[in-house]
Design a protein around this ligand. Sequence first.
Ligand code: 57M
Length: 358
Amino acid sequence: MFYYLLYPLADQNIFFNIFKYITVRSFGALFTGLFLYGILGRLQILIMQRWQVTQVIRDDGPKSHLVKTGTPTMGGILILLCVLVSTLLWMNFEILFVWLALLIFISYAGIGFWDDYRKLRYGSSRGLQGRYKLILQFFFAAGAATLLYHFSTVESRLAFPFFKSVQPDLGWVYIPFALLVVVGASNAVNLTDGLDGLASGPLVTSYMTYAVLAYLGGHVKIAAYLQIPHIVGVGELTVFCAAVVGALIGFLWFNTYPAEIFMGDVGSLPLGGALGLVALMTKNEILLVIVGGIFVLEAVSVITQVISFKLTGKRLFRMAPIHHHFELKGWEEPKVIVRFWIISFILALLALSTLKLR
Ligand code: 57M
C-alpha cells in the first residue's frame, strides 16, 4: 500500500522516492511484523489462556514434556495476521509471486487451524486425519503451481548449487516435483516444531536466506554477475520473507524456552509451505535442502525410524523426530534447541557461499 500511497509523492518531495526500493520496503515489512507481534503477543497469550486454547500433550512422548500441559497454542494465528498486514502494507500489488506466497500461507494456515481446532475440540493430539491434511495440502499446492506456470516466467529447469552449468529441464515432471517441495517443506517444519523455538529459529535463518536470494535473483545486474537465474519481479518476495522474519522474531520472544505459547499447526504448516514455494519461485529448490537442513534432518529421522521399525522391529533412534532422541540421551531441551539453531545458521551461511562458488 505504501508503494502506491507514498512513492507517488516523490514528485513533490524526493524523500518519498525511497518507497520505490525493495530494500527499504523489506526493512519496513520486517519491523512492521516485529512491532505488531511485539505489541499483540502478550494479549494473544492472555486470550488463549482465557479461552482455554491450550496444548494437549501426548503421554507417549518424553516425560519432560508433561509439564507443558496447559501451554497456550495456535500462536500461528497472530503470526499469520502480522505477516498479512505487514506484507500488504509494503508490497507492490502487481507482482504475482507475493500473492502466490500469501495464497499458500493463508490456505495452509486454514488447514492447520482446522487440525488444531479438532485437537482442542476433541481433547486429543489426533486432530485432522493425516490423509485429509495431505489432500488439502496437495490441492492448494497444485493451485499455486498452476498459477505460477500460467502467469509467470518461472521455468521447469532445476538450478544446482555449486554447478552452474547443470540445469536439467524436468518438463511437466516439474509440477509433481514442485508439489512435493511445498507439501514436504510444510510437513518437515511441522515435525520439527516439537521443542520450544526449535522450528522458529531455523525458520528465521531460512526466510532471511531466501530474502537475500530473492533480492539477488530479481536484480538483473547482480544475477548476471553471480550467474544465478534472473526472474523478473522475484525480488518482491524479499518483502514477504522480511515480513515473515519480523513476525517470527516477535513470536520467538514468547516461544523461546520455557515457551509461553506454541505456534500450532496453524503456524508450522503455512511457514513450511510458503518457504517451499519461495524456494521454487526463486529457482533455489535444491538449495532448500541445505538452507532447511534441520527440517530435512527431522523428516528423514522419522522416515528412517518408521522404515527400520517396520522392516526390522528395531528403532534407529531412541525416539523420532531426532530432537527427541537427543532429549532421551540426556541433553537438556535448551541445549538441543540452541545447537539446532547453530547448525541452521551455519547451513544458511554455506548456502549463501554457493552463490559465488557455482
Ligand atoms: C507435529 N507436534 C509436537 C505444538 C506445535 C509420524 C510421527 C513422527 C508424527 C509426529 C507428530 O505427531 N508430529 C506432530 C509435532 C507437539 O507440538 C504441537 O504441534 C505443533 C506443531 N505441529 O506448535 O502445538 C508437541 O511438541 C512440543 N512442543 C514444545 N515446544 C514448542 O514450541 O515443547 C511444540 C512446540 C507439543 C509439545 O510437547 O505438545 C509433537 O511432538 O507432537 N510424532 C511425533 O513427533 C512423536 N514421535 C513418534 O511417535 N515417533 C515414533 C515413530 C512414529 C517415528 C518413534 O520414534 O518410534 C513424538 N511426539 C510426541 N509424542 N508428542 C513422540 C511422542
